[in-house]
Design a protein around this ligand. Sequence first.
Ligand code: NAD
Ligand code: DAU
Length: 357
Amino acid sequence: MSIMVTGGAGFIGSNFVLDWLAHHDELIINLDKLTYAGNLENLVSTRHDPRHIFVRGDIGDTVLLDRLLSEHRPRAIINFAAESHVDRSIHGPEEFIQTNIVGTFHLLESVRGYWEKLVGLFQQGFRFLHVSTDEVYGSLGKNDPAFSETNRYEPNSPYSASKAASDHLVRAYHHTYGLPVLTTNCSNNYGPYHFPEKLIPLCILNALAGKPLPIYGDGRQRRDWLYVKDHCRAIRLVLEGGRVGETYNVGGKNEKTNLDVVHTLCDILDKLAPPATCHLPLTTYRSLITFVKDRPGHDRRYAIDASKLERELGWKPQETFETGLRKTVVWYLENQSWVTNVTSGAYRHWIDKQYGT
Ligand code: NAD
Ligand code: DAU
């Protein structure tokens, strides 16, 4: 038996691969294009593990997909592959349309062709799990209830619009062709291997370097935060027990303003790596907080109601925001070579050497 993941060299995908190998003996085929966000250093511990097969490739390459599917005959596909950064989607939406919409379409086409030829119990048991985001639901008002699975889709950025389109395609492949799909819509993740373009890793690394901690607008935008391992466990549960055709919201009940997040982060850093130990002339990292121009169309508030997942599959996050954030800070402090290779771009040199451009 085997499963295939796409985008398994990115932040959540690589955490999922590591988690999967810690819980299963099943082969995992990992298809990733290795864009700037894909980093094989995240998977260095699997280098000699015969249960992990890495393939560099695009989810839009149906020839490659058809070959991989017929060669490995996976019982499930988990689609993490995407362009994921909202700010990049504002500066250049094209890649988001290509990967998140066109790429997902090609992936679905290949998977449909494969699934239709399966027989009996193997066909019945097959699953396509699409990993999506809470951003498809748009922005909540101050007193609105948290997003449930029945909320209307109202995406506001090119990123969230492209993810919404991919969710609709996945839904349509179930409704029209009967493809056994599952979709998860999760809130903001944080944890190890998070690329430092996103708020939490960016602020950890900037703080340790004595650089400004940029807060967009007034910093009162609210997000729900979930430790990445809790997300990975939710995906495993949905894969094994989720009802076909259903969507499941995943969230940590940790609604915070961005300013609160950065304050908490600074307080943890003040304790674990006091500025003086980093040769910084500061009494607290909070003094590095700098308000900068807001993100265009910045969604004000996200909050997730994950009660369906809790009720049907018994999922609950294991980390609180404080424990998860502390673990994350410790991870960044203890993994300086990963940080150095990512910030210097050195991780790309190895990829180019190994795989060509
Ligand atoms: P990421 O940007 O860290 O990783 C994306 C991975 O996909 C990279 O390894 C990249 O190389 C790969 N990739 C990109 N285009 C590809 C293509 N055309 N073919 C094959 N591989 C390709 O993203 P992430 O934060 O790990 O997010 C993973 C998924 O989870 C995305 O679908 C994202 O929308 C969703 N999601 C993310 C969060 C979050 O907070 N990060 C929350 C909810 C949902
Ligand atoms: O909600 C789930 C989404 O969370 C995922 O679908 C996305 O893939 C993921 O990137 C994340 O999107 P956000 O835009 O919420 O994450 P980001 O870390 O970029 O920003 C978090 C909040 O912090 C957001 O309100 C913007 C703000 N921000 C971000 C950066 C990078 C700042 O104030 N300053 C910054 O420098």
